[in-house]
Design a protein around this ligand. Structure first.
Ligand code: GLN
Length: 488
């Protein structure tokens, strides 16, 4: 019998509704795990234990009074610290926002609350979501539960780690260039980046608006589908929100891949791909074939340019988005306001932002400046269109595209942080999805030397159902879901 903190969201909800356990007991069990493991993992920036337990009591009361409860009633949910939560510190893991308490909830938080989900805390991340290792956080790195000397991936490293350790039952991440899928892969949990526009970005602290989405990070594929059904849907407060009918994604989960046409782009297995990763992903593709799928190798030639294109666009947007943090209207302010406006402004920004964020602001500003705009930013936009066209062509022939989520297994803390380009290279298989606005899921597909490997399944716009269905079929026919890090 799994213990309460080990339950999936689906199991938790069932047990609470059947009166086998109370919401309060479930939330308490999760907090006990947090108190036991946080010293070793550092998944959280902020915890809201008292508020969470009060909310759990409220739900238990509703149930004992026979009143209806929401779809996530009693589930302990962790939220990446880039998403605004009313009355709860929201730092983006930056000194710049170390005291920022939002006066409002992001749309996704409102939706969770409407369904009686319980927010338990805010998770650690790379500063302003810039990174792939959760090492650039002002609050120190999060550690990988499978090997605490290694990174959990990033930038949603806290959200992935707390799912792997049962320090939360569901978590929200954000993905601008892989930040949900990378840590999901590195911590052996499920993570989905939705189609651009499917989930409202209202209340998400912006890094690169044209690329990012909020998405679910979960213990299994069913929970991923369930959580997506709650957070997805049109929101008039987000101008890029797609107007589609709400959907119950759990309905598309069938243990069957009959007729599924898989494309395997050779660009997803490029130079630097670890052999064990390559082997495990191929094994996974063959597993799907046993359940009725077929595969064909293919090529999306413009993907070769996706890293360069992504980093120019992401940094350009970041330089503009982060201009608002001057310490005067928002953010960290140095103690003494001596000197003129320009001096105070640059001191605030120099001390408020970490090195990686400053690097990106400078590079992004350069790429947008007169004389370089055409050469870099405009060119990147044109290549982005070509990348998108490659995907459109591929999806005329295939239902999904499959490859590794990350080219190599989790690396040591400190190993790559001094070499920004090496760190950027680790995003080679994830960023093209964001440039094209497509949905993609990372699902655990094996281990090498005890370190997790993830498979990435990409589908056409708004076909989250295809990614979920393929991931579910794979999960049902393997036992990676049951493997948990020894630290538990
Ligand atoms: N690693 C990528 C970057 O640093 C992606 C980050 C993200 O998705 N937020 O830009």
């Amino acid at each position: 019998m799994p213990k309460l903190h080990e339950l999936t969201a689906k199991q938790t909800i069932q047990k609470i509704q059947d009166n086998e356990v109370t919401a309060q007991e479930c939330v308490q069990a999760v907090f006990e795990t947090i108190h036991k493991l946080e010293d070793k993992i550092n998944a959280y920036v902020t915890l809201v234990e008292e508020e969470a337990l009060n909310k759990a009591k409220e739900i238990d009361r509703k149930i004992s009074d026979g009143k209806p409860v929401g779809k996530l009633a009693g589930v302990a949910i962790a939220v990446k610290d880039a998403i605004c939560t009313q009355g709860i510190l929201t730092t983006c893991s930056s000194r710049m926002l170390q005291n920022f308490v939002p006066p409002y909830d992001a749309e996704v938080i409102e939706r969770i609350k409407r369904e009686d989900g319980i927010i338990i805390g805010k998770t650690n991340m790379d500063e302003f979501a810039m990174g792939s290792s959760t090492e650039t956080s002002y609050f120190g790195p999060t550690r990988n539960p499978w090997d605490t000397s290694r990174v959990p991936g990033g930038s949603s490293g806290g959200s992935a780690a707390c799912i792997a350790t049962n320090e939360a039952t569901l978590a929200l991440g954000t993905d601008t260039g892989g930040s949900i899928r990378c840590p999901a892969s590195y911590c052996s949990v499920v993570g989905l980046k939705p189609t651009y526009g499917l989930v409202s970005r209202y209340g998400l602290i912006a890094y690169a608006n044209s690329l990012e989405q909020i998405g679910p990070m979960t213990k299994d594929v069913y929970d991923c589908a369930l959580f997506l059904s709650v957070i997805a849907g049109h929101d008039s407060k987000d101008g890029t929100s797609v107007n589609v009918e709400p959907k119950d994604y759990t309905k598309c989960l069938k243990n069957n891949a009959k007729g599924l046409k898989i494309g395997v782009p050779k660009e997803f297995f490029g130079e630097g791909t670890n052999e064990a990763v390559e082997k495990q992903v191929w094994n996974a593709i063959h597993k799907l074939e046993e359940r009725g799928a077929s595969h064909e190798e293919t090529s999306l030639p413009n993907l070769e340019h996706s890293l360069a294109t992504y980093y120019i666009i992401a940094m350009s947007e970041a330089s503009s988005n982060l201009a608002r943090y001057d310490g005067l209207r928002y953010g960290y302010r140095v103690d003494k306001d001596d000197g003129d406006w320009a001096t105070v402004y640059s001191k605030n920004r120099r001390d408020g932002f970490g090195a990686e964020v400053r690097r990106r602001i400078i590079l992004g500003t350069y790429a947008l400046s007169a004389g370089y705009y055409n050469k870099y930013y405009l060119k990147a936009l044109k290549v982005r269109t070509l990348i998108r066209e490659n995907f459109t062509e591929a999806f005329k022939k295939f239902d999904v595209l499959i490859g590794p989520t990350m080219p190599f297994p989790p690396f040591k803390i400190g190993e790559k942080i001094q070499d920004p380009l090496a760190l950027y290279m680790s995003d080679v298989d994830t960023v093209s999805t964001n440039l094209a606005g497509l949905p993609a899921i990372s699902v655990p597909c094996g281990f090498t030397d005890g370190l997790p490997i993830g498979m990435q399944i990409t589908a056409p716009p708004l076909r989250e159902d295809l990614t979920l269905q393929a991931a579910y079929t794979f999960e049902q026919n393997t036992d990676y879901k049951t493997k948990k890090p020894a630290i538990n």
